[in-house]
Design a binder for this molecule. Structure first.
Ligand SMILES: *[C@@H]1O[C@H](CO)[C@@H](O)[C@H](O)[C@H]1NC(C)=O
Ligand SMILES: *[C@@H]1O[C@H](CO)[C@@H](O)[C@H](O)[C@H]1NC(C)=O
Length: 306
């Protein structure tokens, strides 16, 4: 678990990350999926992906991991994904009592806590509109492709300051509408495995599908944002997921884990020495050097097919 001073240091690094993102400074070795076969994970990345409920798996082999967990983070996880409550309580001494005295573990609303359910209120019903008017509006305002991007922990602005703006700058602006996910990207929500942001991103996806039903959608995230994108897809209405045609993540704590409800193309840029990609939130210089992958990622995104 990172200490408070370490976290501040990481935040400082994050704010000067563009310096380290220069393509002339290759600081790590990329491992792009499928490098160990589809679905491969390093260390505890698949385990944390499963605990978040983002893989579509139905058993939760919670050990004394994840390394780097926090008691508060675990209480947050069980509020968003009650199916993991008992495995977490069984594995960690004192966790249940801790949650009882720190905000409880009840889901935020009364939605049925199904396997892939995030229980926070979300209304997937599209806004009622005259279909002809909506089609006319879409024809004039929608670009053929939409990228939904979720920034990393602590990054300011809609698209963050590292990966997001570089993707936007590199994509063909005539074809691509780049939409950032403005979610609560605090460190605390890293330890909640990006679940709060996943709810926000699910809404951004739904709005994109409602606004522009004829556009194809790609989704991308960096660091906590990578978890956010995965959680959103795994919990979105299937009719929204059907519009998602590509997923490209960077520094992804869930590394090669599967994404529930999604079987389309996906690419994960993860440095071999990036501990975040091992699912333990250890921020090193490698985690801040994905600028060198941007041009490859842009080519992958530009090739997104209907
Ligand atoms: C961007 O896309 C438009 C529309 O498809 C195309 O005409 C144009 O050549 C593209 N620009 C570049 C630089 O590829
Ligand atoms: C995986 O764990 C090993 C052993 O603890 C460590 O050396 C390595 O850096 C970790 N890799 C990642 C990507 O976290």
């Amino acid at each position: 678990m990172a200490s408070a001073p370490l976290k501040s240091l990481a935040l400082l690094f994050l704010s000067i990350a563009p310096v380290f993102s220069s393509p002339i400074l290759p600081l790590g070795v990329d491992a792009i999926l499928p490098r160990q076969g589809p679905g491969a994970c390093r260390n505890q990345s698949c385990e944390v992906a499963t605990i978040a409920g983002s893989t579509g798996a139905t058993n939760y082999p919670y050990k004394t991991y994840p390394m780097g967990y926090t008691m508060d983070g675990n209480c947050c996880i069980v509020r968003y994904f009650p199916a993991v409550k008992q495995p977490i309580y069984n594995a960690i001494a004192g966790q249940q009592a801790y949650c009882a005295s720190h905000g409880g573990d009840a889901p935020a609303d009364a939605n049925p806590p199904g396997v892939n359910q995030v229980t926070t209120t979300y209304n997937p019903a599209p806004a009622k509109r005259d279909p002809a008017a909506a089609a006319a509006a879409a024809a004039t305002t929608c670009k053929p492709k939409i990228l939904i991007f979720a920034k990393g922990t602590g990054e300011p602005f809609d698209l963050g300051i590292t990966v997001g703006p570089m993707l936007q700058a590199g994509l063909n602006a005539t074809e691509w509408d780049v939409r950032g996910v403005s979610y609560d990207n605090s460190f605390a929500n890293d330890y909640c495995l990006g679940l709060p942001g996943g709810v926000t991103a699910r809404g951004v996806l739904h709005k994109a599908v409602s606004d522009c039903p004829n556009s194809i959608i790609a989704m991308s995230g960096y660091s906590q944002g990578a978890m956010v994108i995965r959680n959103a897809i795994a919990r979105a209405p299937a009719s929204d997921v059907a519009h998602v045609k590509n997923v490209v993540n960077f520094g992804d704590p869930f590394d090669g884990a599967a994404i529930g409800q999604y079987s389309g193309p996906r690419t994960v840029y993860c440095m071999t020495d990036d501990g975040v990609c091992g699912g333990n939130f250890a921020v090193s210089l490698a985690h801040l050097s994905y600028g060198q992958d941007i041009s490859a990622a842009i080519a992958v995104l530009e090739a997104t097919k209907k």
